[in-house]
Design a protein around this ligand. Structure first.
Ligand code: AMP
Ligand code: MG
Length: 319
């Protein structure tokens, strides 16, 4: 299977595949998604089967915007304010399912809530427009692999099982969306992403419950209970030196590191730019995760802005 350039013909073909209950891999600004008609139980089950994803881990439903979201969930003033500010973009909102919600139960793992997002990527939006309905889409990797940030990653992961794949270069953000739960009282961050706790607080005029507290308490997001991406070799965080046989995942200058001793080096951002580091994270982890390396030493990444989301993904990879 090869990736398709998203020409009008390819988009029409992809929309036809979705309408027929099939799957389509497509680019978004966060990571590549594996999409299915959210209203079709069998199409959604195909997503879980292809990924090897536990049935209890619900999918994010992709829509064009607030108008389309309101047909699926009970919209609130908070949701409206956040959507006005951050949609289309990397913020997923968890809200109670609308009474007449057409989304298949399997997509939300039978939960009374639904996660909705309006992606900003022009190809994702063109696909949503051509299809004309909600698209259920998790990241287009096999469960346990890092999220794909290029079409090639999708083809590498899914191999001969890869569905029609639309290609549009690298995902510019490179990390999965921020997930914010608006379904029970005080908003709670379930997953860190490019839209930070500070961005959300500025918009709402009130703090959201931070991800650390959400994770420590009763798990509000089923996905958090499941195994996330873990490389095949050990990952060592906040490394100040390279140990024998290790590969180095660098950030910023390596002047004070023994980088020359590393089995391989990939720098997330030589300039020390956190957005660039986020965009490179999964591709660099894929490149360094080789059985020939004794492990991956990761340099310290500042816990500010999108650095919080980068450190969250690294901490899970090191678990
Ligand atoms: P992925 O689509 O692979 O990026 O994963 C989607 C994330 O959103 C997972 O962590 C899910 O657990 C989370 N999620 C999806 N739907 C819900 C929901 N109704 N309530 C809480 N978390 C959700
Ligand atoms: Mg995923």
């Amino acid at each position: 299977m090869t990736a398709h350039t998203p020409t009008p013909q390819a988009l029409a073909q992809a929309a036809g595949v979705l309408r027929a209950g099939g799957l389509v891999a497509f680019p978004t600004e966060t990571v590549y998604g594996l999409g299915a008609d959210a209203r079709s139980a069998s199409a959604v089950e195909g997503v879980f089967a292809l990924k090897g994803r536990p049935a209890a881990n619900p999918l994010i439903i992709h829509v064009l915007g607030a108008v389309e979201a309101r047909a699926l969930v009970d919209w609130t003033p908070e949701a409206a304010a956040l959507a006005r500010r951050f949609w289309s973009g990397a913020l997923t909102l968890v809200l109670p399912k609308a009474p007449d919600c057409p989304v298949a139960r399997a997509a939300c793992a039978g939960l009374p809530t639904l996660a909705v997002r309006a992606p900003a990527h022009p190809v994702a939006r063109a696909l949503l427009r051509a299809f004309g309905g909600p698209i259920a889409a998790p990241s287009a990797n096999r469960s346990g692999a890092p999220s794909p940030t290029t079409a090639q990653h999708v083809l590498d992961d899914l191999g001969p099982d890869a569905p029609l794949t639309l290609a549009a270069g690298r995902s510019t953000i490179g990390l999965e969306s921020t997930v914010l739960d608006l379904s029970q009282g005080q908003p709670a961050i379930l997953r860190a992403g490019a839209v930070t706790a500070q961005h959300i607080a500025e918009c709402l005029g009130a703090e959201a419950i931070p991800m650390a507290d959400t994770r420590a308490g009763a798990p509000r997001s089923p996905g958090l209970a499941h195994r996330h991406y873990t490389p095949r070799i050990p990952v060592r965080l906040r490394a100040y030196e390279v140990r024998p046989g290790e590969a180095l995942l660098a950030f910023g200058s390596t002047r004070f590191m023994n980088a020359g001793a590393a089995a391989a080096v990939a720098n997330l951002s030589e300039a020390g730019d956190l957005d660039e580091a986020a965009a490179n994270l999964f591709a660099h982890m894929r490149a360094l995760d080789r059985p020939a390396h004794a492990g991956i030493a990761v340099m310290d990444i500042p816990q500010v802005g999108i650095g919080v989301a980068i450190n969250d993904r690294l901490a899970r990879a090191a678990e």
